[in-house]
Structure formats: C-alpha cells, structure tokens
Design a protein around this ligand. Structure first.
Ligand SMILES: Cc1ncc(COP(=O)(O)O)c(C=O)c1O
Length: 312
C-alpha cells in the first residue's frame, strides 16, 4: 500500500501516518465496524468515483443493520470523499471508508463507545493479480460456509464478517488456489471471499440470490444493468455446486476484483478453461463504462476535478 498524504477522520483531514486509533477501540475487540470501498477510474474529465453515492448509502445501511447511527450524512461523506480524492492527485485509486465503535467503554455492550468514521484513498491495482483479468483465476469451493441469516446480517458489509472470508481465502491460498467460493448452509452457491459470482450456461447469465447470504454487491448490480443493455438473458436463482462444475463460464465481481474470470474450480476446468466470450463482453462493457467511454452509463460516475498542479 503506497501512502497518500491525508486521511479524513471524523470531520478533519490528518496526515496518513497520524490516522491512528486507541488500542481499546471497541471495534477492534468486538468487531463493531462496517466499511465500504469504491474505485476511481481515469476519465477524460478527471478521476471518476464509480457508484459513489451507492457506496456511502450501503455503508449507512450496514451501520444501521448493526444498530450504529453514522454521525455523518451520506451527503457529508460524499463531499469529504470528493475532497480527499481531488486532493490526492491520483487519477485512479481505491477508496476505503470505515465506521466503527471507538474507545470509551469496555464490554460487549456498544453503548458508550462513539461511532467514528474514516476515509482513505490509495492506488491499488488488480486485486487478484495482473493476469487474472485475461487468464482467469483458480478457485476452490471452501470447507467453510458463508455466514448465514440466523447468526449474522450478511447484507451488511461488517468488519466481523470478514473472519469468515479470511478463513476461506486462507484455506484456498494454502492449498494453492487463488480464491475461495463459499456455499451457504444448504450447500448452494453464495459468493467468493470478497466477490459475487456469476456463471454462464447455454448463453444464460445466472447469479445466486442475496438470500444465499451473498453481499448485495454494487458491481453485481452494475453487471445486471450491463446484461440488460447487452441483451444477455439473466436469471437470479439458487445455484448448486454441480452447476458450477458444468458452467460454460464463471466470473467474479467486486469493487476490488472488478470482473475476474474463473478458469478452474476444484481442479476442474470451467468450460474451455479460458476466459469465455460472455465474460469478455461484460468486462469490456464495464471497462468502457467506468472510464467514461459509454454515455449510457454516465450516471455511474461522479467526476472530481483534480487539484491544481497534479497530473490530469
Ligand atoms: C463478501 C463480499 N461479497 C461481494 C463483494 C462485492 O461487492 P462490491 O461489488 O460492492 O464491491 C464484496 C466486496 O465489497 C465482498 O466483500
């Protein structure tokens, strides 16, 4: 991670190295935090924050699900992010917003620990490796199940949920795979450790419903919008493990992962074991949209003017 100059912390900009919290922070001990991430892409008019408002709205909703009222409105977070990105001088970057219970009281009860919010930005390349977008990755169905609706609120992007993701991703990596695929308690497909999943079978695009415990991905929603524009038939329905193995194509979506083909699952090649044509079409449509080259998706972008003197 290459540091940038400033991080926004609960209403003020502080130098990167000074954006610290107390060791008795409630969120550190009990997982009382939620976060969200977005990417900015270079466009002719300047860096564009993709689905900017939707990410802060999801942060607000994640917080609400766990009984946290954010001390900043979506408008205030949006303005702070624009200022941070504009001042960073970066043409393309990743933006991480986190809200957590700070220090104040110890004990499981969150009462007495005020909610703090921070926003940071830095340059971040391909999440699943440079070749992943063209060659595809190798995934493993995890021995871990995706957290469920009986014990958590999987629709929230909560810090504590990521212990589940960490278990799955670590297992996959230790066994030599790039990424994990998690099933739900019924053995149906949920998602990756940090991505939603789509498969293609007989020209039909299929993605599991959010009832599976998958996060309501903003890239997932964008792909649904792209599929409609590209007239690719789509079904949102439960998917079995066997269907994964017999898919013609498989890909993952996420802010960090963008659109990444999966070429192999559990050592079985998916389709021809290469990036498939539908995946490639969606990838290139997504790439055009986020770089401001497709006016049909201009509403995805919030373009920020770059600071004077920084590279345009
Ligand atoms: C568990 C999980 N699922 C799915 C996603 C994809 O969501 P999005 O496209 O909004 O980044 C993410 C990343 O945010 C994630 O962490």
């Amino acid at each position: 991670m290459e540091p940038t100059e400033l991080i926004w912390m609960s209403g003020r900009f502080v130098p990167w190295a000074e954006a610290n919290v107390h060791v008795l922070t409630h969120g550190l001990h009990y997982g009382t935090g939620v976060f969200d991430s977005l990417r900015t892409y270079a466009t002719d008019a300047g860096p564009a924050l993709v689905h900017h408002r939707a990410h802060h709205e999801r942060l607000r909703d994640s917080a609400r699900l766990y009984g946290m009222e954010l001390p900043f409105s979506v408008d205030e977070l949006t303005a702070a992010t624009r200022e941070l990105v504009g001042g960073s001088g970066l043409r393309e970057s990743y933006v991480r917003t986190i809200a957590f219970r700070g220090s104040g009281a110890m004990g499981v009860s969150p009462r007495g620990s005020p909610v703090e919010v921070a926003i940071a930005t830095w340059g971040w390349g391909a999440y699943l490796g440079d070749e992943a977008a063209t060659r595809g990755i190798r995934a493993k169905v995890s021995s871990w199940r995706r957290i469920g609706h009986q014990t958590h609120l999987p629709g929230a992007k909560a810090t504590a949920h990521y212990l589940n993701s960490v278990l799955a991703r670590s297992e996959a990596e230790e066994l030599g795979f790039d990424e994990a695929i998690l099933l739900d308690d019924d053995g149906l497909l949920a998602e990756g450790s940090g991505e939603n999943l789509f498969l293609v079978k007989d020209d039909l695009l299929i993605t599991p419903p959010l009832a599976s415990g998958a996060l309501g991905g903003i890239t997932r929603a964008a792909v649904l919008e792209l599929a409609a524009a590209l007239e690719i038939p789509l079904a949102e329905r439960p998917v079995t493990r066997g269907e994964l193995y017999l898919a013609d194509e498989l890909f993952m979506t996420g802010t960090a992962a963008e659109i990444t083909p999966v070429r192999e699952v559990d050592l079985r090649p998916i389709g021809a074991g290469l990036r498939g044509p539908v995946t490639e079409r969606i990838q290139s449509a997504y790439d055009a949209a986020v770089h401001g080259r497709d006016p049909r998706f201009a509403h995805w972008l919030d373009v920020v003017p770059v600071a004077t003197g920084s590279p345009a």
